[in-house]
Design a protein. Structure first.
Length: 177
């Protein structure tokens, strides 16, 4: 067997074994969560455009948001892109076996769980059938993302996954004598 060496001539430490099936499936689910979040971002933008009262629930701190549509669109886009980035970041970090990523993923899922009941309260809209369809489409996507997150977190805490994360993250580093 050939032992790989660094340019300094020292042999490298053995590389971390590949992730077990539950972790790989969780990573795929996280990528699916990012895709669902992209769809949710698009539906949310459509809601803002169709009916600002549906998207922003009418008022914020007693002020009408109808005049602030560009601000609402910007905030929605930033929030949506942050959510997508978190899905992608957690997928990559968990796939690499980063222990902190499994914990952060669990905490983010807990925060999403706290938001879940709010997804079922429908604001009053005067925009008609189109806004209602968009609203329920957004709710379905939020629930779908939550279910994806639940499955991913469950997989990350399976026994095979726990053994993988306990090994710690290693790269090809020189061995010290």
């Amino acid at each position: 067997m050939h032992q790989p060496y660094l340019p300094s001539g020292q042999p490298t430490a053995p590389l971390r074994p590949s992730a077990p099936a539950p972790v790989l499936t969780a990573v795929k689910l996280m990528y699916a969560g990012a895709a669902v979040s992209v769809a949710g971002l698009i539906i949310g933008l459509a809601l803002i455009i169709v009916d600002i009262d549906v998207a922003a629930r009418g008022q914020f701190l007693g002020h009408s948001l109808a005049a602030q549509k560009p601000l609402v669109i910007t905030v929605w886009m930033v929030f949506g892109l942050v959510v997508i980035a978190l899905w992608l970041w957690m997928a990559r970090a968990n796939g690499q076996g980063r222990t902190w990523a499994r914990i952060v993923s669990t905490v983010l899922f807990g925060l999403a769980t706290l938001q879940l009941p709010g997804g079922f309260t429908k604001p009053v809209s005067h925009a008609g059938f189109g806004a209602t369809v968009l609203y329920y489409g957004g709710t379905v996507l939020f629930v779908a993302a939550w279910l994806v997150g639940a499955a991913a977190v469950w997989l990350l805490w399976r026994p095979a996954s726990s053994a993988f994360f306990k090994q710690g993250f290693t790269q090809a580093l020189p061995r010290h004598l």
